[in-house]
Structure formats: C-alpha cells, structure tokens
Write a protein that binds this ligand. Structure first.
Ligand SMILES: Nc1nc2c(ncn2[C@@H]2O[C@H](COP(=O)(O)OP(=O)(O)OP(=O)(O)O)[C@@H](O)[C@H]2O)c(=O)[nH]1
Ligand SMILES: [Mg+2]
Length: 343
C-alpha cells in the first residue's frame, strides 16, 4: 500500500482549497473568491484501497506585510515539513506571474517530486490554449507531471490521485480510513463562519476579520455555539452588522446552515462582533486565538474587555441601535421552544 504526505502550494486564489475538498470528497478547508482565504496548514486525508494521501493545504504565497501574513508564511513552511511530494497549483486561465514563480521556487527548494496542477480548465473556451501554457511551465521547472484539471467540476482529479499515489512510498496508512482532517471541530466551526463573512463582504473587511469560538455546548439534539467575530475598526464592524443588523443576520443564517451540514445536527448559533484594533499586528492576540480554537478549556481572550454574560436573544429582535460589545449581534437557530434544552 502507498501512503504519504502531499503539500499543496500556490499563490492565493488559484483553487488550492477547492482542490483539496474535491480530492478528499468533503469540505475540510474553506474557499472564497477573495485571495488569502486560507490562513493555516490544513490536512485533508484521502483513503483508497490502493493507498492513503494526506494532503496539506497551505495559505497562498504572497508578500507578507503584517504579522498575520508572516504567520501565514510560516504555516506554508509547516505544511511542507515531512511531505513526500509537492503539488503546485496554478490558474490555467492566466500566464504564470511572480506569485506562481515564487510557489515553484519554494517547491524546487524542497527537492521533492513536484506535480503541477493547471486548475480551472472548465473556464477555458479552447483547451488548445493549454499547450502553450504547459510549454511555459515546463521551462520554469522539471515537473514530474503536469495535469490540467478542474477542482470545481472534478474533471481529471482522479488522474491526479493516480499519479500522486505512484510517487508515494510503500507504507501503511498514517490515519484510520474514516479520518478526514486534523482540524478540531471548533476550528472548523470558526472557519465556516469566517467563510460566510468572506463571501458577504468586500475590500478590507475579509482580511481584517477573524473568528473565535467562545462557547461550545453539545446537547442531545442540538449544538450550541457562540462565536465572536473580530474586526479592526468600528467602520468594519458597521459593515459586518449592516443596516439594522441585516448583514449579520444573513451571515449568521448562512453560517448556521453550513455548520448544520458539517456537524449533521441542529445548531443554535450566536455571533458577537468586536473591534480589536490592529489585531493582525498583534502576535499575542493571534496566539491566544489559536489556543482558544484548539484548547478544550476556555481561555480568556480579552483581558481589557471582559465578556459580559451571553444573552440568549430572540433571533428576530434587532435590538435597536448598535449596542455594547457584549450584546449578541445575531442569534440563529431552530425554534428555541422546540429544541432548546436550556429553556
Ligand atoms: N471556475 C473554476 N473556479 C475555481 C476552480 N477552483 C477554484 N475555483 C474558484 O477560485 C476561487 C478561489 O478558490 P480557493 O480554493 O479559495 O483558492 P485558494 O488557492 O485556496 O486561495 P487562498 O486560500 O486564498 O490561497 C473560488 O472562488 C473558487 O470557487 C475551478 O476548477 N474552476
Ligand atoms: Mg485556500
């Protein structure tokens, strides 16, 4: 049996996470049309009778200007540690740019077999356009294989799996067959909420947003989650809330649906929005955020702004004007009287 680790590298927005999800057959990494969606190294595991591939998704390679960006670049290195094979993903509808070249250089420096995925071929009007592109990429690196494919439609992704398995060592599987990701449920939940914000907002808001899970309560028929969305400025908070809370309501509804699909249970979701100035430059804050996402025990995140009691508000209550930070900005869930075990 063949088994091994394959790290996925590429510039932002080429479809690395979409490809990971398609390969694994399950949503393990969030995706969006905005660049720099992925911020952490994320494993997705594909197990077949002939072998197991542990794919490691990574943040898109970009010039890091802030502490968050530098942290993301460190995650790329973490993703590459101990891997057997590299998969560089590029966008087949565009000529190689500096970001693609940087990804290829990074792959070359690892000195491992490197495959190239020319993604998004579903967007090509004429597949003959691929020929020139393949020649151009062949000139940049001695790739073990070049595979045109579509992460979105799944076209040619089976061929990629076959070619990758051929290059992995003979080894028993690293994980049991039912294991699909190394991400704790809380992290996945925070990511699914962040994904909805990425889809609903524009410009600097997606980049200035992070999500922390405040409370996680498992009940027999219900999962109760309270999350805080952090942005950097009051104006961004106003955008995330929207007029009369309309935007937050939309985000919370969509996030709850994603969470219910992921955890296969009814979810009662509350979201708070807080301003944390310049959090992307604060290593301490980001560390605490990590601890909170990964630790089972709650950690106090905000020393200077202690959390007030959680208010289990009526989902339809807009609450009038934009209240203090402790207020629930949106509560989303099945009819509370029916399913809320705490009532
Ligand atoms: N048409 C088409 N779109 C795709 C394909 N793969 C990905 N996309 C789209 O490309 C955008 C970026 O996809 P992601 O998977 O988030 O890209 P990424 O490389 O992980 O991006 P970062 O995490 O920011 O580095 C999304 O809007 C996807 O739907 C594809 O095969 N065809
Ligand atoms: Mg990604």
């Amino acid at each position: 049996m063949k088994s091994g680790f394959v790290t996925i590298l590429g510039r932002p927005n080429v479809g690395k996470s979409t490809l990971l999800n398609t390969l694994v057959g399950s949503k393990v990494s969030i995706t969006s049309p905005k660049p720099q969606t992925t911020r952490d190294a994320i494993q997705g595991v594909l197990t077949r009778p002939e072998g197991q591939i542990v794919f490691v998704d990574s943040p898109g390679i970009h010039l890091a200007e802030r502490e968050l960006g530098r942290r993301m670049q460190r995650e790329i290195d973490r993703a590459a540690q101990g891997c057997h094979c590299v998969l560089v993903v590029v966008d087949a509808t565009r000529r190689p740019d500096r970001g693609d070249r940087a990804a290829i250089e990074k792959a070359a420096a690892l000195g491992l077999p490197t495959l190239l995925a020319l993604n998004k071929i579903d967007r090509l009007k004429d597949k003959r356009e691929l020929l020139g592109l393949i020649v151009e990429y062949q000139g940049l690196h001695d790739f073990a294989e070049i595979v045109p494919l579509s992460a979105l439609s799944g076209e040619q992704t089976d061929l990629l799996v076959k070619l990758l398995l051929e290059r992995l060592p003979e080894s028993p599987p690293f994980y049991p067959p039912e294991f699909i990701t190394d991400q704790p449920e809380r992290f996945l939940a925070a990511e699914l909420i962040r994904e909805r914000i990425l889809h609903e907002t524009n410009e600097e808001v997606p980049h200035a947003t992070t999500v922390a899970i405040e409370r996680w309560e498992e009940h027999p028929r219900l999962l109760r989650i309270a999350a805080t969305v952090y942005v950097e400025r009051a104006g961004q908070k106003a955008i995330v809330l929207g007029k009369g809370g309309a935007m937050m309501k939309r985000i919370a509804t969509a996030a709850r649906e994603s969470l219910e699909a992921c955890f296969e249970r009814k979810v009662f979701l509350e979201i708070f929005v807080k301003v944390k100035p310049k959090w992307r430059d604060r290593p301490g804050f980001m560390r605490t955020l990590d601890q909170r996402r990964f630790a089972l025990d709650a950690v106090t995140l905000d020393d200077e702004e202690p959390d007030g009691p959680l208010l289990f508000d009526d989902p339809d209550d807009e609450g009038g004007e934009d209240g203090p930070d402790e207020d629930v900005e949106a509560a989303e869930g099945p009819s509370a009287a029916e399913t809320d075990p705490l009532r």
